[in-house]
Design a protein around this ligand. Structure first.
Ligand code: NOJ
Length: 593
């Protein structure tokens, strides 16, 4: 199912999480393994059996999806990077996209993952699905491995050689050298990133190979893709790719890594809007780290400014948000301030988007060597004990699972200054109100128009309750604290539940948007019975419609804006869709006209 907004993702660097099977530690070359776990450029033993063993732990944290670094068979020789040899423990130097790497499996024969169905990978997927968890596979289409320093880059198809960078008669690779002008997107997409042998997407054979491989992984039960280096391939390739994957396994959630992409980078916005996949929200991460780790003068203003640009995306609620990842120094290496780190993690859990935790966040894991830069941002998971932060993340993950507001609403700022931020997220009768104070002094804020029903609300995180009267309340915040207040009402239910969004509609303050169509559930073209929608951001409105009579039928509909002068119907011929026979579905539309 494409909709991940009720999920919490846990991102694991496989080699650094848990060694479930010491028998595979050495791989093909003993010298690449460091049992002391001090050489950050060698294998340290983490594997698929280790993830299987720790599913209880991940669930205790409240995460129900796991993103694993790539599992594909890696090159066997370490490569010199910046004068130091590095083994491909990270998974981004692939030689065979149709095999598992030998460091990850339980028995050597399991590397032939598509020749059998009893590998540790199969067992992991089955066990995750049994628990209602979803597996996000990290995939790479842009490159195989580096061809620098005498290393050979070559590609195999389940063990059968298909091409080599050095004798590439079939032109599977670009041979253009490294990117020099990073401002030139065409160059970025046809030249090499750090000496990584760059695939030539014009090659039909390459495209067939890579798409074929990824379909096999979907057939294995993978639920979603995190897609590496999307900035480095042209959008037409991604449109072909996402379309093919969607036909093969409809509604597979995909999100791309456009390094440093987000609302301040127009090319990444264009990619998110037109490629068929969402992106990782680096803008959210940068603003949160700036406000809370660097304690920037603008503070929460920086984070709210990111949210203020949500309308540039067709669907900002689908962006994958995070605080830490494996390519940037961890928050705690930037500022060893667990209290404000807690605020960063917890606000990400209740903000718009799909939150993604980085392994060890909940344990305050960090290594500050060289500023905590790669590879020191990938230490070994040191403990699997339950922590207080873990319990709080789990509390908010549970809130996310049950709250339509946390999943689907936009964010409306009700109070802001550099040190304090209050926002609410109303959606069809549900809402959450979130209040933050990053300062060392307590704050009392008198906030109006909270869009909560009158009454007393407990802080989901155990802080002071909130008394709302006529939509107003005094919010009392301890130093360095976050409070979360919940009002949850059930969404409409029916044979089919349709989650709808219209993007590209401009409204003035006080105007409202509704959807109206030929189906009785959409008002049978009677605007008086049109389905009301919720404001998500400046150009996006959303709603949830229960469908019974029209389940399995075609529907025709338009959006309309109730302006001061009356209804303005969407220009054009409207939208046509087929409602599935049952289940839940997601429709995303652009305003015609
Ligand atoms: C981005 C990944 O996140 C990073 O870790 C990797 O080294 C590069 N892409 C190349 O695959």
């Amino acid at each position: 199912m494409r909709d991940f907004r009720g999920d919490t993702i846990y991102f694991i660097v496989l080699d650094r999480f848990c060694d479930g099977n010491p028998a595979n530690d050495h791989g093909k070359d003993e010298a690449d393994f460091d049992p002391t776990r001090t050489d950050f450029r060698k294998y340290w033993g983490g594997d698929l059996a280790g993830v299987l063993k720790r599913l209880d732990y991940v669930q205790k944290l409240g995460a129900n999806a796991i993103w694993l670094t790539p599992v594909f068979d890696q090159i066997d020789e370490p490569i010199e990077v910046g004068g130091v040899k590095m083994a491909p423990y990270h998974g981004y130097w692939t030689r065979d996209f149709k095999r598992l790497d030998e460091h990850l499996v339980d028995r050597p024969e399991e590397v032939r993952v598509f020749a059998r169905d009893d590998t540790v990978f199969d067992r992991l997927v089955a066990e995750m699905h049994r628990r209602g968890m979803r597996l996000v596979l990290d995939i790479v289409c842009n490159h195989s491995s580096p061809h620098v320093a005498g290393a050979r880059s070559e590609l195999f198809d389940d063990g059968v050689p298909v091409c080599r960078y050095d004798s590439d008669a079939g032109q599977w690779y670009h041979h253009q050298g490294g990117v020099r002008n990073w401002g030139d997107l065409a160059e970025v997409q046809s030249h090499e990133l750090c000496g990584l042998a760059d695939f030539n997407e014009e090659s039909y054979a390459f495209r067939s190979y890579i798409k074929g491989a990824m379909k096999l992984w979907l057939d294995k039960g993978v639920d979603a893709f995190r897609v590496d280096t999307v900035k480095h391939m042209p959008i037409w390739f991604w449109q072909e790719f996402t379309g093919d994957m969607d036909v093969h396994k409809p509604h597979t959630f995909m999100f791309g890594e456009w390094f440093q992409g987000g609302c301040w980078d127009p090319a990444s916005i264009d990619f998110a809007n037109r490629s068929g996949m969402s992106i990782l929200d680096f803008s959210w991460r940068n603003a949160v780290v700036s406000a809370l780790a660097c304690r920037s003068p603008a503070g929460f203003g920086e984070v709210a400014a990111v949210i203020g640009r949500d309308h540039l995306f067709r669907d900002a609620t689908d962006l994958v948000t995070f605080v830490d990842n494996h390519d940037l120094p961890r928050f705690l290496s930037i500022s060893n301030d667990p209290e404000r780190f807690r605020l960063a993690l917890l606000v990400t859990m209740v903000a718009r988007g799909v939150p993604c935790l980085y392994y060890g966040n909940e344990q305050l894991l960090h290594c500050d060597t060289n500023g905590g830069n790669d590879p020191f941002n990938r230490p070994m998971m040191a403990s699997f004990e339950e922590t207080a932060l873990m319990r709080e993340v789990a509390t908010l993950a549970a809130l996310r699972r049950r709250s339509p507001a946390v999943q689907k609403a936009g964010m409306r700022t009700k109070w802001i200054d550099p040190d304090a931020w209050v926002f609410t997220r109303p959606y069809l009768g549900s809402s959450v109100a979130v209040a933050l104070n990053r300062a060392d002094a307590p704050r009392d804020l008198d906030v109006a128009n909270l869009e909560l029903d009158d009454g007393r609300y407990a802080d989901v995180l155990g802080g002071a309750p909130l008394d709302v009267s006529n939509g107003c309340a005094r919010v009392s915040l301890a130093p360095r604290s976050i409070a979360v207040y919940e009002q949850t009402k059930a969404l409409p239910t029916g044979k089919v539940v349709v989650d709808l969004q219209i993007h590209g509609v401009r409204t003035a303050f006080g105007e409202r948007v509704a959807i109206c169509g030929d189906a009785p559930e959409l008002g049978s073209w009677d605007l008086a019975r049109a389905v009301a929608m919720e404001w998500i951001d400046e150009e996006t409105w959303g709603t949830t419609v229960a469908v019974d009579a029209s389940a399995g039928s075609g529907v025709h509909y338009k959006y309309a804006v109730l302006r001061r002068e009356g209804w303005q119907r969407e220009p054009g011929r409207g939208h046509r869709r087929r409602v599935p026979a049952d289940g839940a579905t997601v429709w995303r539309d652009e305003w015609h006209g």
